[in-house]
Write a protein that binds this ligand. Structure first.
Ligand code: BTN
Length: 322
């Protein structure tokens, strides 16, 4: 794509002028076509200065999740090789599902600046205004369908480790798959497995409240949600976070495929903010209360009830009581 080639040439000399002729030859277009390509970049919020004598120079890259910017410095072997980007979309999970059905390869990413119909767990809506990272990844693991929920745990560990490494905050995981900073949620994960006798593909949806303005959230959500911007009191560069996450996720997913899930589960337990806590798990109007004492290899939470008996819980909304 000539736009990407032009951008590459501008990036290589960021802040310095690149001549019209050089941009034309890099983009394999005529000099007359260069202004049009520059306009496309400006429409994507790149700040590019023009001098009729010297050419064009890149002044500022937008803080947006543009595929070119993500792929520019991405050192994965397949995660993010194909990126489908939307300024706005209904749900990246829905788009990823369609692409997977059409044969999109493993590691394909769908990413959006905002979603009009974001999906959360347990049929809930997921608020997705601009400023967040709303992303879905297509996976094609060769595992039996019953192991698919393990991928939620793998993803949770990858997100928590990425945030921990990059920002050193008090990051942890609330069962089954909420990433918390302190005791507030910063990221949710929704894994959908599609089977046709055997496991066809999995779509892992990840929603991170990056630079999201929580003031516009309803009060009940504001109390239990945080954003990285709020925690760090500055705007976070989304592209860097996505690149780091894709690298960590690819490594962990390769470990998973190599049969090393027990080690990943051990890491999940280390990162868990639920184990050791008194909790309530709500599901379809029913509530189970107990001490969370562990998680098994199927991702089920193990509760010790008041009478000392043990109970395994498959899914639900977990509330930490202490
Ligand atoms: C949760 O309820 O905690 C899970 C939220 C998952 C939200 C993400 S945002 C990207 C992807 N697309 C969706 O519609 N949902 C997931």
């Amino acid at each position: 794509m000539s736009k990407n080639q032009i951008l590459k040439a501008l990036h290589e000399k960021k802040g310095e002028y690149v001549s019209l002729e050089k941009l034309a030859s890099e983009g394999e277009i005529s000099p007359e076509q260069v202004p049009e390509e520059i306009q496309w970049l400006r429409n994507d919020d790149y700040i590019i200065e023009h001098s009729s004598e010297l050419g064009y120079r890149l002044i500022k890259v937008p803080n947006r999740l543009l595929p070119y910017e993500i792929q520019r410095d991405l050192h994965t072997s397949y995660m993010g090789n194909e990126i489908h980007y939307f300024k706005e979309v209904d749900s990246t999970n829905e788009v990823a599902k369609k692409l997977a059905e059409e044969g999109a390869p493993e590691g394909t990413i769908v990413i959006a600046e905002s979603q009009t119909s974001g999906k959360g767990r347990l049929g809930k809506k997921w608020l997705s205004p601009s400023g967040g990272v709303w992303m879905s990844i297509i996976l094609r693991p060769e595992i039996p369908p019953r192991q698919a929920p393990q991928l939620t745990l793998v993803t949770g560990v990858a997100v928590a480790e990425t945030l921990d490494k990059e920002f050193g905050l008090d990051v942890g995981i609330k069962w089954p798959n909420d990433i918390l900073i302190g005791n507030k949620k910063v990221c949710g994960i929704l894994t959908l497995a599609y089977t046709n006798q055997k496991l066809d593909f999995v779509v892992v949806g990840i929603g991170i409240d990056l630079n999201v303005d929580l003031e516009n959230f309803p009060p009940e959500l504001r109390e239990v949600t945080t954003s990285l911007k709020k925690e760090l009191d500055r705007d976070i560069i989304g592209v860097n976070l996505v690149q780091n996450f894709l690298t960590d996720f690819e490594n962990l997913y390769n470990e998973f495929n190599a049969g090393n899930f027990p080690e990943i589960l051990a890491e999940w337990r280390r990162l868990s903010k639920t184990i050791g806590r008194h909790v309530e798990v709500h599901k379809r109007g029913r509530v189970v209360t107990g001490e969370a004492i562990g998680i098994n290899t199927d991702g089920m939470l193990i509760l010790e009830m008041e009478d000392g008996s043990l109970r395994k819980v498959m899914s639900g909304e977990c509330i930490h009581l202490n």
